[in-house]
Design a protein around this ligand. Structure first.
Ligand code: ZN
Length: 169
């Protein structure tokens, strides 16, 4: 019984320390919906959205296979749409939600777009550059930095990837 109470206290503490809001949860859910579309298209299931002032201004999913384009990651698609819809490359104040930790290219794009914040789901031990293999968005030598918070709906994002790679084997 005491053990269960301890476990519960741990869970509550973990949630209390999470820097996420109800909006974050909502928009990560949207990013996950795009990851599921990618899954249905036989692409590695990763989705992303860009949000500014509470509005979703960019959406993206990985479409590398279909477009035969190595740069067509979900985050790039979402950032491009956001810039088009904002009419400027300068997306200050915006947040990028990505179901998986962004790679070096996408983290670089986030810095170049002057995004305020990156929120991601699961970490990527083979390509993640927002704290795992390196940390482009928080590199103090760069002329702009983004806040980074990972781990939101991480299990859902990771499970989608597991299902995808299991089905491909
Ligand atoms: Zn990427």
């Amino acid at each position: 019984m005491a053990l269960e109470d301890d476990a519960l206290a741990c869970i509550e503490l973990a949630f209390a320390e999470m820097p996420f809001t109800a909006d974050d949860l909502h928009f990560m859910g949207e990013a996950l919906a795009f990851a599921r579309i990618a899954f249905s298209e036989r692409e590695v299931p990763i989705g992303a959205v860009v949000v500014r002032e509470g509005k979703m201004i960019g959406r993206g999913r990985n479409r590398r296979e279909f477009l035969a384009d190595p740069t067509h990651h979900a985050e790039i698609e979402a950032i491009r749409e956001a810039a088009r819809s904002a009419g400027t490359w300068h997306l200050d104040g915006a947040t990028l939600y990505a179901t998986v930790e962004p790679c070096a290219m996408c983290a670089g794009a986030a810095v170049n777009a002057r995004l305020a914040r990156i929120v991601y789901g699961c970490t990527d031990p083979k390509a993640g550059y927002c704290g795992t293999l390196g940390d482009i968005p928080r590199d103090r030598r760069l002329n702009h930095r983004c806040e980074v918070e990972g781990g939101l709906l991480a299990e859902e994002s990771a499970e989608l990837l597991r299902l995808f790679f299991r089905a491909r084997r």
